[in-house]
Design a protein around this ligand. Structure first.
Ligand code: MG
Ligand code: ZN
Length: 225
């Protein structure tokens, strides 16, 4: 692939991402791109936060995967509208694929749109989808060296969720040291520790999401008042 072709791929993606963001902004939707390696706990995190968020916000999920609909089925089971995006083996989601998926969602009735990216700590970070916020997910089981090894995954995250913290006693994962590594790459990232199995930390993620949505929503007074 020559450099010009690569440039065109990125330019087309950026155009579609800008269009997606415009469509979300026009409807007051906050779009959250969830990134993390395979098995980091992205789907489990969504399974935990969606039922709680549903009391306050109208949520939907675009579920990225290579070939299966297994994660989308898990999201549907907790009652959230979900659209499966299959990359057909591709290792990241593109803004154009998101654009197609969004067509099947009731955009007028949404506050928060989650995009669960393909499980991959590397290239999804290079492709903007039109999101307003990124959440990076890192599990205790993956090991504490990941922020240093995959800095791009953490560089633009507004929130880093450390998952599977119920396994801390069975590992040498050091929350303090890992947080320091995250903040070296991204000084403003919020870091929350969670365990989907026990429910620990899930409230904090829910509160963070509600606050993030409220902070973004433009406070425009109706013109005719
Ligand atoms: Mg998943
Ligand atoms: Zn890729």
């Amino acid at each position: 692939m020559n450099i010009q072709v690569l440039r065109n791929v990125f330019a087309r993606n950026e155009r579609a991402a800008a269009e997606n963001r415009e469509a979300f902004d026009a409807r007051g939707i906050t779009c959250v791109n969830i990134l993390g390696g395979a098995g980091s706990g992205k789907t489990a995190l969504l399974e935990c936060v969606l039922p709680q968020l549903a009391r306050t916000l109208r949520c939907a999920v675009l579920e990225g995967d290579l070939v299966t609909t297994r994660d989308a089925e898990r999201i549907a089971a907790v009652g959230a509208p979900v659209v499966q995006l299959l990359t057909d083996g591709g290792c990241h989601l593109s803004a154009t694929l998101v654009q197609k998926g969004v067509e099947s969602l009731p955009l007028e009735e949404l506050d928060l749109l989650f995009i669960e990216n393909v499980g991959n700590p590397i290239c999804p970070a290079n492709f903007e989808l039109g999101e307003h916020l990124r959440i990076s997910v890192l599990s205790v089981a993956e090991g504490g060296d990941k922020p240093s090894k995959y800095p791009l995954l953490f560089k633009d995250a507004a929130l880093v969720v450390i998952t599977k913290c119920d396994l801390l006693t069975h590992s040498n994962f050091d929350i303090t040291a890992v947080s320091r590594d995250i903040w070296r790459i991204n000084p403003t990232a919020a870091v929350v520790t969670t365990a989907a199995f026990t429910g620990d930390g899930i409230d904090q993620v829910v509160e963070w999401l509600i606050a993030a949505h409220r902070a973004r929503r433009p406070l425009v007074a109706p013109a005719n008042v």
